[in-house]
Structure formats: structure tokens, C-alpha cells
Design a protein around this ligand. Structure first.
Ligand code: FUB
Ligand code: ZN
Length: 698
């Protein structure tokens, strides 16, 4: 497999003397696909695809290298070992035996392959390309004549392919297949996988929809994937099907659409009548608790974020896409309520979500945010993907603020610095955690394998006349504005300091806007809303220079600094976002954080680890309000991090306190960890142990 479609790779390989030619190629690369099959949104901003961004050096460059050299190969090895790939061989009839694992096994493989595609978009890698291609051929061989492709059902329950949708993840598998297929097509230009995805999507479209069968999957994912498929093919029916699956939630589904009525009796489907009693009870509980799958009332009537946090995140992401690509003001309104509920009442300072209070891997009650919590890696990743789409939809920096917070903290805490071990849960307080090298239910490892290599695609946005810089990431981008490709190079050590140098190279001098996000933390707020606040809201103002001349760095009310001018090749923008250490306090209704503070610097949330405090019990450490805090960058620690140090107290005695980035915890000796630190000796009551659906959190 070759990465022939990647324009950035083309740029890198070519010599400087070819610049004019490259500009031409870039224009062709970007304008052609945009005109043929990627319909522009009706509202909001457009993406700058991962294909058009190359992250190099800085924070993400080494992480991308780890993703392609360690995480993806490790994931593929583990998936092969656990039978995810041989399931397809069996389904194709070239190996013997029945399906291994659970019904969602296919999706894990698709996510790891999707991660491989993002890696290839960033950098050609023959070996990885070849390996992925080999696996893809084995998947393709299993596809049924009518397009159906779920190994578990092909092997075990052909008759019941589209039954038990609440629990069996048929469409969840399909969605992950579509997402991967679209990325495969982008990077290879080949159509074999995309065509297979289209056949599967057409098969589904033939069964579900208005005047066909009215039903939905228990685990949302296919909705956002169908939007991607619509954009890759230009076929409107996939967008309509995505909308159908969203609109259909909350109705008494089955074979006809019923008006929403909570009292509608839940019937046991005939094929479940022979199940053992326990399984019957479980299924019934699943059906009754449809809030778990956001299926308890129609979306347009929803005001609160409830239920399984991964399903919610993917669903909200799809809703934002639907607003952008079709006319759906009612979804826009609902998204406004949901966003306020999550960001204003149900989110941790790490940007993580999902307390699993109701044993459903889901959202809990407002302000009930215990620090020994669940916060599944997948939920935090889904949250990033939702906020990314909100940023595109609304063009307001506050959404990218939350995306950044969740990305740098709650999402990447799920993976070790070495890239080969993973957390399923991401608590903010622990007696000692260790990431697992693999998890049989590998939704989280494979989600981590796909989120890191797609960070380039989250960094920018555009409209006809503006480039939006949402993430400060070292590397290059090629951004099409009104038919012209502008090259943008970023140099930065962000998030370790806030200095960013941008070199702007349009093919010829032209007028457009560059909109730089001035993060909330640089404007005195750790998050939009009042769930968390800085103790000291004064932040030194951002500095800005254009071609060495100081310029006004005040953002507009949308949180962006709008730089409108005639840009010419080699123009340089220097942004300086001062990054003092900040103490964060939670809203008084968050009882778990009463009397405590968290430390934040830039977008990074810190924690204390036992390994840095061998003499002290972390829960007894008190950081007095006036304690002086210093920072030091340590290149050799935890892959290179800035630590925060100061004098704290333990039982009245002074001790040295060292805080490290939360995402980097549990990469050294196993021991306790706390994000929230006491500010006074009066301790908050010990958090209650919580049981979750995946066992007890210690
Ligand atoms: O069910 C598929 C995935 O497994 C979910 O998204 C995770 O929460 C885990 O239950
Ligand atoms: Zn997961």
C-alpha cells in the first residue's frame, strides 16, 4: 500500500526549487476532492483534514512515532492473538471454528486499522501499510454476498443478524468499519475497502429507514460514520440514514414508528423467550434502562446528558455533524442544553466524563464528581470528538478549549508514555494504578491507538476566507482557502510554554484571516462556565508580533484573535501566551473537591504521585494558599515534562512537593495519585467506594 494521496508527503520529498509546482499540486490535491465528493457544510467551519497536516517534533511528533512504531503494531499483535482477525478467516470459510470473543470484536480491529491509516497519512510506512493491507484483504474475504459483514453473526447467528440490536453492536461494528474505510481511501486512493463499506451501508439502508424497519442500535457510532461516508461518496442517502437513526431514538422501536410514550410496555422479543432466567432479566433491564443508550426519549426532547458516556459522546458528535450538513436547528438547540449540562455540571477538571454512578459507564448526577471515578478512556475520547465537532459547528474558541482540555488530560492519560499499556478507567485519585498491556474488551486501547495519530486533523479549521488555529502543534499544514492552498508552519514547545511561531506561505500575496485561539486558560478561566475557576484570574496578556512588529493581541468575543491582512510568503506571526501556574477550585456544589485545589499550567492539569513523595501520605499533604510554586522543565522525566514544585506541609512539617502532568501518572513505580490537593488540614470526608459495572474501584 502506498500513500500516494498524501500532499504533505509530497511537499516533504520535493526540493525547495519545486515550490511553485508544489503549490499547484496542493491546489489540485485539495480542490479536486472538495469539488467531487466532499459536500461543503451548510453551516459552520470546514475541517482541515489529517491528510493535510503533518505533525513534527514538539509534543505530538514523538507521540505519533510511538503510535506507529509501538501502539499500532502492539494493538494488531494483540488483536491477532485474541482472534479478531481469524474470526474473519473463519467467516470467509478459510479457517475452522466459531467466533472468538464478543459481538463487538470487529470494531476493535477496525479502530486499530483506522489508527494505522492516520499514521500513514502523517508518514509513509511500507511495513505498516503492507500489514494493514493483508488484514484488510482477510476482512474483505468474509463479506457476505448481500454486503453483511459482522464476523460474530456470520459465524454464529446468521438467522438473527439484525435481532437484539440493543446489545449486539451490529451497527457499532459497521460504523467503525465505515470510518476506517474512509480513511483508507483517503490515504491510498484505493477503493476496495470503501466499496465494501458502501455495500455494507447499502445493505443496512435496505433494511432500516422510513417505511422500512424502524429501529436503532444500542450503541451509537454508525451515525457519525454515515456522515463520513456521505462526505466520502457524496451520496445523500447516508446522511439521511444517519439522521433517521438519530431521530428514531426514544420511540418504541421495532417494525413501525410509534409516538413517544414512556408507558409503552416493553415486550420480550420471541427469540429471547428460551434464554436462561438470568439472561432474560439482564436483557429486560437493558431495555427498561434505555437511558443507558440515550433511547429513553426522542433526542429533540432531551435536555440532560444521561446514560453511557461513550454512546452519548458519539451521538452528540453525530448530531453536531447533522446540524452542519443538513438543516437541523432542533438538534442545535438540544446540543446547547447538553453542552451546558456536561461542561457546566458533569465534567472533571481533566475534561473527563462518566462517573458510572448508575453502573452504566455513564453520566451521573450534576456536580456529583467523586475523584475515585470511572471516566472510561473511550468516553474521554468521544468527548474530544464531540467538542471538535462543536468547534467546527459554532466557530467559537470555547469548544476547542474543552477539546484541548480533554485531549491533553483525560484522553491521553489512558495510554502509557511507552505507548503499549492502557487504562480503561481514569480516576483523579487512586491508591495505585497500573495500565494493562492489553484488555480483552479492547475498546479503550484501540480508541487510544486512533486518537493520537489524528490530532493533526483536530488542529485547524477553515472557511472561505479564514484559517482557524485551534491547537498549537509543531509541524506543517496545507490549508485550502477559496481554492488556494496556504502553507502554515508552526514551531512551538506548547504545552510546555506558550510561545508559537507561525510562518505563513500563500502561493501569492492574498487577503485572508488567521484566527488564533486565545485559550480560556490564557484569559483567566480553566473551563467555560463556572464548574471550575482559577483562584487568581489575572493572567498576563498574550503578546503578538507580526513580522517582528508588536500587534494587538486582544481576542474577539468568539475567543479568537482575528488577523486580517494581505498575507505574503514568509510572513511570520509570533504569539506568546504566558503560562503561570494556576490554582483551580471547583464549584461549591462539587463536594468531593471542597477545601482542595488542583494545579494547572496552560492546558495541563497536574497531580501528585507517591513516587515523588516517598515520605508523605498524599492525602495528608497540605498546600497552603500562599505557597510559592516554581516550574522546571525536565527533558528526561516522563518523556519530557514541566514539573511544578513548592513547599507543602504534612502534619505541620514542611515537605517538598512535586506535581507532574496528570496524563503522565502511573508511568513509574506504582503508588497513590491525587489531582485535588488539600489547601488546609481540615480534610474533606473520605470518598465512598463506588461499585461500577466493571467491578469495584479501589
Ligand atoms: O460496548 C462497546 C464498548 O465497550 C463501549 O463503548 C465501552 O463502554 C465498552 O463497554
Ligand atoms: Zn473503552
Amino acid at each position: 500500500m502506498i500513500e500516494k494521496n498524501n500532499p504533505i508527503n509530497t511537499i516533504t520529498r520535493a526540493g525547495a526549487f519545486q515550490r511553485a509546482l508544489i503549490a499547484f499540486i496542493i491546489t489540485l490535491c485539495f480542490v479536486a476532492p472538495a469539488l467531487s465528493s466532499d459536500p461543503p457544510p451548510l453551516r459552520g467551519l470546514r475541517e482541515v483534514d489529517n491528510m493535510c497536516v503533518k505533525l513534527q517534533g514538539g509534543f505530538w511528533g514523538p507521540r505519533l512515532k510511538t503510535a506507529s512504531e509501538v501502539t499500532i503494531p502492539h494493538a494488531l499483535n494483540s488483536l491477532e492473538k485474541d482472534g479478531h482477525v481469524t474470526n474473519f478467516d473463519k467467516a470467509a470459510g478459510i479457517a475452522e471454528g466459531t467466533a472468538s470473543g464478543h459481538a463487538a470484536f470487529d470494531s476493535d480491529l477496525y479502530k486499530a486499522l483506522e489508527g494505522a491509516m492516520y499514521c500513514l497519512q502523517n508518514k509513509p510506512d511500507k511495513a505498516l501499510g503492507k500489514r494493514a493491507d493483508g488484514i484488510l484483504d482477510r476482512i474483505l474475504a468474509a463479506q457476505q454476498k448481500d454486503g453483511f459483514l459482522v464476523a460474530y453473526f456470520i459465524l454464529r447467528e446468521q438467522k438473527y443478524r439484525w435481532e437484539r440490536l440493543r446489545t449486539m453492536h451490529q451497527m457499532y461494528n459497521a460504523g467503525h468499519y465505515f470510518e476506517m474505510a474512509v480513511e483508507h481511501h483517503k490515504v491510498t486512493g484505493e477503493t476496495k475497502v470503501l466499496n465494501s463499506a458502501i455495500r455494507f451501508a447499502d445493505h443496512i439502508d435496505g433494511i432500516f429507514g422510513p417505511n422500512k424497519r424502524y429501529d436503532v442500535d444500542g450503541h451509537q457510532e454508525i451515525e457519525l460514520a454515515l456522515v463520513k461516508l456521505y462526505r466520502a461518496t457524496g451520496k445523500r442517502k447516508y446522511l439521511d440514514l444517519a439522521r433517521f437513526f438519530l431521530d428514531e431514538r426514544g420511540h418504541a422501536h421495532g417494525f413501525e414508528r410509534k409516538p413517544f410514550d414512556l408507558r409503552t410496555p416493553v415486550k420480550t422479543p420471541p427469540y429471547e423467550k428460551d434464554l436462561p432466567e438470568r439472561a432474560k432479566r439482564l436483557r429486560a433491564r437493558c431495555r427498561q434502562r434505555n437511558g443507558r443508550a440515550q433511547d429513553h426519549r426522542p433526542i429533540v426532547e432531551e435536555k440532560l446528558a444521561v446514560g453511557h458516556a461513550v454512546r452519548a459522546g458519539y451521538m452528540y458528535a453525530a448530531m453536531a455533524d447533522i446540524v452542519r450538513f443538513s438543516d437541523a436547528p432542533e438538534y442545535d438547540r438540544v446540543l446547547g442544553h447538553l453542552w451546558k449540562d456536561v461542561v457546566g455540571r458533569k465534567m472533571y477538571i481533566t475534561g473527563s466524563v462518566g462517573t458510572a454512578q448508575y453502573h452504566d459507564e455513564g453520566f451521573g448526577d450534576p456536580y456529583l464528581l467523586p475523584n475515585r471515578t470511572y471516566c472510561e478512556s473511550c468516553a474521554n475520547i468521544a468527548h474530544v470528538l464531540w467538542q471538535y465537532r462543536m468547534a467546527l459547528l459554532q466557530g467559537d474558541a470555547k469548544y476547542a478549549d474543552v477539546m484541548e482540555l480533554a485531549l491533553y488530560n483525560g484522553a491521553i492519560s489512558g495510554i502509557s508514555i511507552a505507548g503499549n499499556s492502557f487504562f480503561y478507567q481514569n480516576p483523579l485519585s487512586s491508591k495505585g494504578g497500573r495500565r494493562s498491556t492489553w484488555i480483552g474488551l479492547s475498546c479503550c486501547p484501540t480508541n487510544l491507538a486512533r486518537i493520537i495519530p489524528q490530532v493533526g486533523g483536530l488542529a485547524y479549521a477553515r472557511d472561505k476566507k479564514s484559517i482557524y488555529v485551534n491547537l498549537y502543534v509543531a509541524g506543517q499544514a496545507s490549508i485550502v482557502l477559496d481554492g488556494t492552498a496556504v502553507k502554515l508552519a508552526q514551531k512551538t514547545d506548547y504545552p510546555w510554554n506558550g510561545r508559537v511561531r507561525l510562518t505563513v506561505t500563500p502561493p501569492k500575496a492574498s487577503e485572508f484571516n488567521i484566527c488564533l485561539r486565545i485559550p480560556g486558560w490564557a484569559r483567566g478561566k480553566p473551563v467555560p462556565g463556572d464548574l471550575y475557576r482559577f483562584g487568581d484570574t489575572n493572567v498576563p496578556p498574550a503578546g503578538l508580533k507580526i513580522n517582528g512588529q508588536a500587534a494587538d493581541a486582544a481576542p474577539k468575543t468568539d475567543g479568537y484573535l482575528h488577523l486580517k491582512r494581505t498575507w505574503k510568503g514568509g510572513d511570520i506571526v509570533e504569539l506568546d501566551l504566558p503560562m503561570p501556574v494556576k490554582r483551580v477550585y471547583a464549584h461549591e456544589k462539587v463536594k468531593a473537591d471542597a477545601g482542595k485545589t488542583a494545579l494547572m499550567r496552560g492546558p495541563i492539569v497536574y497531580c501528585l504521585e507517591a513516587v515523588d513523595h516517598p515520605e508523605a501520605d498524599l492525602s495528608r499533604i497540605v498546600l497552603p494558599p500562599k505557597a510559592n510554586l516554581q516550574t522546571e522543565h525536565r527533558e528526561k522525566l516522563l518523556g519530557g515534562v514541566t514539573v511544578i514544585q513548592g513547599q507543602a506541609l504534612v502534619d505541620g512539617k514542611s515537605v517538598k512537593m512535586t506535581a507532574v502532568p496528570y496524563y503522565a501518572w502511573a508511568n513509574r513505580d506504582r503508588g497513590a495519585m491525587e489531582v485535588w490537593v488539600n489547601e488546609s488540614p481540615a480534610k474533606a470526608p473520605a470518598p465512598k467506594k463506588q461499585k461500577t459495572s466493571r467491578g469495584e474501584i479501589k
